[in-house]
Design a protein around this ligand. Structure first.
Ligand code: G16
Length: 549
């Protein structure tokens, strides 16, 4: 028999948020994603789940309504745990279950989870909500709030914020503001103060000039950079482009970090000024890539691998100067350019780990180091510092015995901890970190590019009937099913020099991704198309078959 207290749950579902989609939806790489019109009931159910999670964890849970890099018509939801990290993976199964049961099964599944985890259902619970600029977000937020209210939780709406801002605010609130002040204003203050400290008097240095073109992807990243433009106007000249109004359909369209990385091309909407440093963020501002066009019109990309290596070399240098014994590690995925991995291992002598796609996997692995740097090639990443690292640095900073040079290095590292958003990849925090390092070194992008040469690489998408037929192992580097596909990939790869290729199904779009790299652009163009064709043939491709050049 159902406790009467959950009766509202079914009534709300039936009357306001009935399950409208028959097929199952899966909690993917970063939560649920779909056409916005399919998500009302999913949001309602995530409202229910977030209250249960909040009571179980005895802390505030965050819910971000966004589909990040996807087109404007899509939307989605990312759940945030109390420390500001993505929701623990063991609960993803529950999320998927919640999303897919029938309306009249909701009460039963609530009872099941309450029993299993012994959740105190009378405890108060607060859920923080954020949304990107998608026109569908306000109505989805309403559905989410109904779910929260149905279980007597308290929704607090932070309006339009970047995904990393919401992660930050959740982390602050649950740490009793040890991490920072739990408001948007607190976020600006923390990052700006740290950035100015790192910059000192130096606004320009050597080849570094402080002029930057910023592509806001016509999303929340454009809205929020304005707060930094204002506060940093004496030391940074950030020129904002792609700041179209909400609902114009331009979000991520021919611009933004995903477009630039995937197409390896300049986005629309920015003036093409040779040799000017440019940065693009994505639709919820948790990814960033840098690039420029040289005087011959050639495009140069600085993706997540580049940013990771820049940060790793900088931190390594200052840790050495600080004399504090801290271990440093870097985490990548299979998409990392082989040349970057080689450079990290051989030149930087920093250990590298490879994990499956999804910031949640990288973050987790990075926590194993005192200083864990993680980046996906698509520009999603950050640095995490262990408690041990912070404690050691703080105590050396305070110690009167510490020499001046050493103190300077330690203070620098402490300020760097504050400029980076440790909770999750944050395009704007990463931008401030990159600008700090380039200025410190007196580098322009050509200097940065000199550290290593990327192998030519390419990404392709293949549409198949059911992307779940693809399964992988070895951090997605080997394809297990469909049987025979990996043999085919191996055969194709062996025809080229320095070649590598893998395939995996996307967890945010209904497609299969194909990645390849090889010694020359011509080789990689061929190889990617051949592998894409093999996927099309062996994994049930639909639509037009990929054409091999
Ligand atoms: C999300 C995840 C990233 C992942 C990306 C693509 O990014 O947070 O970790 O790399 O999706 O994933 P997939 O290849 O599975 O589609 P975002 O920026 O879209 O939230």
């Amino acid at each position: 028999k159902m406790p009467s207290s959950y009766r509202t749950v079914y009534a709300f579902a039936r009357e306001m948020h009935p399950k409208t989609v028959k097929r199952d939806i899966q909690y993917g790489t970063a939560g649920f994603r779909d056409k916005a019109s399919n998500l009302g009931y999913v949001m309602y159910r995530m409202g229910l789940l977030s209250v249960l999670r909040a009571r179980y964890k005895k802390g505030i849970i965050g819910v971000m309504i966004t589909a990040s890099h996807n087109p404007e018509g899509d939307n989605g939801v990312k759940l945030i745990d109390p420390h500001g990290e993505m929701m623990e993976q063991s609960w993803e199964e529950w999320a998927t279950k919640f999303a897919n049961v029938q309306d009249d099964e909701l009460e039963a599944i609530i009872n099941e989870i309450v029993d299993k985890f012994n959740i105190p259902m009378t405890d108060r619970s607060v859920i923080y909500i954020g949304k990107d600029t998608r026109p569908s977000s306000p109505s989805l937020a309403k559905s989410l709030m109904d779910g929260i209210l149905a279980l007597s939780g308290k929704p607090v709406d932070f309006g339009i914020v970047t995904t990393p801002q919401l992660h930050y605010i959740v982390a602050c609130r649950n740490s009793h503001e040890e991490y920072g002040t739990a408001t948007e204003e607190g976020y600006y203050k923390k990052l700006v103060t740290a950035f100015k400290k790192l910059r000192g008097e130096n606004c320009e240095n050597g080849n570094y000039v402080n002029r930057l073109f910023y592509d806001g992807a016509n999303g929340v990243g454009a809205k929020k950079i304005k707060f930094f433009q204002e506060r940093l106007k004496d030391c940074m000249n950030i020129e904002l482009y792609n700041d179209a109004g909400i609902g114009t359909g331009k979000l991520n369209y021919l611009c933004g970090a995903d477009y630039v990385k995937t197409n390896q091309a300049y986005p629309t909407g920015l003036p093409i000024d040779p040799n000017v440093r440019c940065a693009s963020v994505d639709g919820d501002a948790d990814r960033i890539v840098y690039y420029f066009n040289d005087e011959n019109g050639k495009f140069h990309l600085f993706d997540g691998d580049r940013i990771a290596t820049l940060i790793a070399s900088y931190l390594k240098e200052w840790v050495e100067k600080s004399g504090v014994d801290l271990n440093l590690g870097l985490v990548q995925t299979a998409y990392a350019n082989g040349a970057s991995t080689e450079y990290i291992k051989k030149q930087l002598s920093v250990p590298v780990a490879c994990v499956s796609t999804g910031v949640k996997h990288l973050h987790h692995k990075a926590l194993e180091f005192d200083i864990g740097i993680y980046f996906e090639a698509n520009g999603h990443g950050t640095v995490v510092f262990s408690k041990n690292a912070k404690d050691k640095l703080r105590s050396v900073a305070k110690d009167p015995e510490t020499g001046e040079k050493q103190k300077y290095a330690v203070e620098k590292l402490l300020a760097f901890i504050d400029v980076i958003n440790e909770t999750v990849g944050d395009a704007i925090a990463d931008l401030l970190a990159v600008e700090t390092i380039l200025c410190d070194r007196g580098w322009d992008l050509k200097d940065w590019e000199n550290s290593y040469t990327d192998l030519p690489n390419k990404l392709m998408k293949v549409t198949v009937k059911d992307r779940n037929v693809i399964s992988t192992s070895d951090a997605e580097r080997k394809c297990v099913t469909p049987v025979g596909l990996q043999d085919e990939i191996d055969k194709l790869v062996s025809k080229y020099q320095k070649a590598r290729s893998f395939v995996r199904s996307s967890g945010t779009e209904d497609i299969v991704r194909v990645y390849a790299e090889a010694a020359t652009q011509e080789q990689v163009n061929k190889l990617t198309a051949e592998v894409a064709r093999a996927v099309y043939n062996l994994a049930g491709g639909i639509g037009e078959a990929p054409i091999v050049p």
